[in-house]
Ligand binder design. Structure first.
Ligand code: RNT
Ligand code: ZN
Length: 421
């Protein structure tokens, strides 16, 4: 291993030339929570005691890499292993289908106690829990859920949403940390339906009913996630961007916010370009950081231009503190822990890299009208000695310098994962 401290001292000098305080940047990046999704560990299968765990709702985890977690115990063990190599404040993001009742409990009957294993685990670790209703992978979700024209079905899912908000409050009370709930329904159609407004009106009414029935719930923030299309529902999505944005803005309630998933837009649209407009009208945003390859493929988050642009935008607007950062990817073609660690580290990396830029100076230059210097400054930091700061930060947090973590995850794979079938 090279002299990490020496590298950091040198990088510090580099950044100091531009008035950048490296330690301050590390402190902010480290304290900003990232909510790690539990579902990378088992391809979104969940822990409900039921035969059919196939993933529906127009999303797909492709690949058949061996060693996926088969129950809550294994999943928690894998999450703990991954978390060792992810520096900074973390939360765990659960889906409703990860409940662990002794026998099958349907979605409209779940209760806080069915999540006690997760809650006890989180309390012991001192981390917060976020949550998601699961409006897919269920026989009653085949056609539609909250937008269904079958009142029985719609009622079933409304009850699910209500219970999820109550469970979110339970998480808040037990962990002492607010619970961010993401509401996403896969409702859509393979062809453009004749009636495109009915489903939207019912979806609105369903959300209204869920929020009305749980209006006294405390410590819960609700993101409404839009999407452009899903597999098998290519032509129509009830919860489109316009629908969700309309819902959030009209609701005009502090706890109801937009969820922006990086894979949920037309291919040339980017989340980084949407943030400022949304923050003009809303105080908070929930992010689902993912990596879409040609569609909402949910590849492992990369330290790529768009992830960096999102973090840069948040830092430049001073909105990082007002953004709930969550990850959302599920790659079943590689070691699932390597997937988690890589995607989570990249999310944190992008955050730290964005904080290592002279934002005030760049704003000054822009204000003075010097657009040439503005471009020169923007480009300069792409090749700054960021890796030296990152390595030092990881060492400080005991999260593994460079690729140290990879060897350890590989050992875990041969000792633990490979023994599963
Ligand atoms: C689907 C949405 C949604 C899910 C998770 C599992 O396209 O992104 O957030 O990925 O709820
Ligand atoms: Zn998402």
């Amino acid at each position: 291993m090279y002299d990490v401290k020496k590298g950091y001292e040198l990088a510090k000098e580099f950044y100091a030339q531009y008035g950048i305080d490296v330690d301050k940047a590390i402190e902010i990046a480290n304290a900003t929570p990232i909510s790690m999704h539990c579902w990378q560990g088992d391809d979104v299968a969940g822990c409900e005691k039921k035969e059919d765990t196939s993933l529906t709702g127009g999303i797909q985890a492709t690949g058949n890499y061996p060693g996926k977690a088969r129950n809550g115990e294994e999943l928690r063990a894998d999450i703990e292993t991954a978390m060792k190599y992810i520096p900074g404040e973390l939360k765990l993001n659960l889906h409703a289908n990860y409940q662990e009742a002794d026998s099958f409990v349907d979605r409209n009957e779940i209760e806080p106690k069915h999540f006690d294993k997760w809650v006890n685990w989180a309390v012991e670790k001192g981390i917060g829990l976020d949550f998601n209703p699961t409006y897919f992978s269920h026989p009653k979700s085949d056609k539609a859920t909250l937008s269904s024209d079958d009142e029985e079905i719609r009622k079933f899912w409304i009850e699910h949403g209500i219970r999820c908000r109550q469970i979110g409050e339970y998480f808040y009370k037990k962990t002492g940390k607010p619970c961010v709930i993401n509401h996403w329904t896969p409702d859509g159609d393979k062809e453009v339906p004749i009636d495109t407004i009915g489903p939207r009106q019912r979806l609105k009414d369903s959300y209204d009913q869920i929020f009305e029935a749980t209006k006294d719930v405390e410590g819960v923030i609700d993101g409404i996630e839009s999407k452009v299309f899903g597999i098998g529902a290519e032509s129509f999505t009830a919860g489109s961007h316009e629908f969700c944005m309309g819902y959030v803005m009209k609701a005009n309630k502090d706890h109801i916010i937009m969820t922006l998933d990086t894979g949920h837009y037309h291919p040339t649209e980017v989340v980084s370009a949407k943030l400022a407009s949304i923050f003009t009208f809303s105080d908070n945003v929930l992010l689902h950081v993912s990596r879409p390859i040609r569609w909402d493929s949910d590849h492992v988050v990369s330290f790529d231009d768009e992830t960096r642009a999102i973090m840069e935008e948040l830092v430049r607007m001073d909105k990082l503190k007002d953004t709930y950062v969550a990850t959302d990817f599920f790659d079943a073609s590689i070691n699932r822990i390597v997937a988690w660690v890589t995607g989570m580290r990249n999310t944190r990396k992008a955050m730290l890299a964005a904080l290592l830029q002279p934002v005030d100076k760049m704003k000054e230059i822009e204000k003075s009208g010097d657009v040439s210097a503005r471009l020169a400054y923007k480009e300069e930091f792409k090749a700054a000695p960021f890796a030296l700061v990152w390595d030092y930060y990881c060492q400080q947090q005991n999260a593994g310098v460079g690729l140290e973590w990879l060897k350890e995850v590989q050992t875990y794979e041969s000792d633990v994962l490979s023994k599963r079938n």
